[in-house]
Design a protein around this ligand. Structure first.
Ligand code: NAD
Length: 346
């Protein structure tokens, strides 16, 4: 374990030592002897970690790799005959739920997005009856009812907001309603975006244009908008254009969780807040990091569950990790593959 690696998340070195880990000053010392490296953000490993070159061929790398279009990492792992398992590619099936990093981190992002919006808002969120008059509850509009969107809905409801949720997947309606949200049905067009493996597919420009027209009415009534709509491997759908913001009440807030993929809302910028037409646009790209203690704990459990799954399938006589490519979970995550499936130094 790299010394100091958990410090910023509230996990001191002593805690790792107590749990039986050996601490090293620079993790580079152990790369050359490792069968498996577990990382958090592995996407820029080629640029940021020259130690990658010391990892023995056929070793396994587990981490978030931004696999769609990350040719630099893919190429180098293949050249070095390293086996990369990208956690973003984990199949969304029941038995993989305990390993699902995207879910554990998206849950955090959805929760924190609402807290950010509530704190930036110039209004109360719950309905209040005070001696000075009655306050109406804030109205939240949530775009996208995946993991982050549903957690945003649950959090907004806990704070007392009235919440409307838009999604293009038919299954989302029941989930939204079961959490006390009101579903905004997608536009009634013949060509709706398809669905594959529970994910939405890219919508046509005609569909998106109709959706924006429909959402303009919703935006005019909203106090906070939480943007979570995404299509894997594609730019995020543009659901709010600049001109639509002029319909919003000045003082209202948009939190865009899709900002790193181009944003659902025009004008949002990663990691910063900008004011457009009196509306605060919060580009929220790293929210799990702001809840680092729990984000780390959940990420670690996800990784441990995946590693345990791989170890259970590794024959006792194998000297390294054995990746069973017939296993749906392993095959799903496989980003790069070594020609020899059993290997690594002991
Ligand atoms: P995601 O982050 O890819 O997208 C977020 C949401 O945006 C999705 O619900 C998607 O339908 C929606 N979206 C896309 N285009 C849109 C548009 N134009 N307008 C409005 N909404 C739009 O999704 P996710 O959170 O990773 O979840 C994807 C699916 O996987 C969901 O069905 C979820 O329930 C499912 N899931 C299953 C498991 C499991 O069974 N193990 C675990 C986690 C998630």
């Amino acid at each position: 374990m790299e010394r100091g690696a958990g410090a910023a998340s509230g996990y001191p070195d002593e805690a790792y030592e107590e749990a039986g880990a050996a601490l090293v000053d620079a993790a580079s010392a152990v790369w050359a002897q490792s069968d498996v490296v577990m990382a958090v953000q592995a996407a820029d490993l080629v640029q940021q970690r020259p130690e990658l070159e010391q990892l023995p061929a056929q070793s396994v790398l587990l981490g978030l790799m931004e696999p769609h279009g990350n040719e630099a990492l893919k190429g180098r792992l293949q050249e070095r005959r390293l086996q990369g398992l990208a956690l973003e590619l984990l199949p969304r099936i029941s038995r993989a739920q305990s390993m699902d990093v995207l879910s554990s981190q998206a849950n955090i992002a959805g929760y924190k997005a609402v807290l950010l919006a509530a704190s930036a808002l110039d209004r109360y969120v719950p309905m209040l009856m005070t001696a000075a008059g009655t306050i109406q509850p804030a109205r939240a509009l949530i775009l996208g009812a995946g993991v982050a969107g549903l957690q945003a809905l649950a959090t907004a409801r806990r704070l007392g907001a009235v919440a409307y949720v838009s999604d293009v997947r038919a299954a989302a309606k029941e989930q939204v309603e079961s959490l006390g949200g009101r579903f905004v049905d997608p536009p009634e067009l013949e060509q709706k975006p398809g669905e594959s493996g529970g994910y939405a597919q890219q919508a046509s420009e005609r569909f998106l244009s109709e959706q924006r027209r429909q959402l303009t009415e919703q935006l005019a009534l909203a106090d906070m908008v939480i943007c979570t709509a995404q299509v894997p491997g594609r730019p995020a759908p543009r659901l709010i254009e600049d001109a639509m913001l002029t319909h919003m009440r000045p003082g209202s807030v948009v939190v865009d969780l899709a900002v790193a993929q181009g944003g659902n809302c025009e004008g949002t910028q990663p990691g910063t807040t900008v004011l457009r037409h009196g509306v605060q646009l919060i580009g929220a790209d790293q929210l799990p990091c702001s809840v680092g203690n729990h984000a780390s704990a959940l990420y670690a459990r996800n990784l441990a569950a995946l590693l345990e799954h791989i170890l259970n399938a590794t024959p006792a006589e194998a000297t390294g990790l054995h990746l069973d490519l017939n296993d749906e979970i392993v095959a799903g995550c496989l980003f790069t593959q070594s020609p020899v499936a059993v290997g690594g130094a002991a």
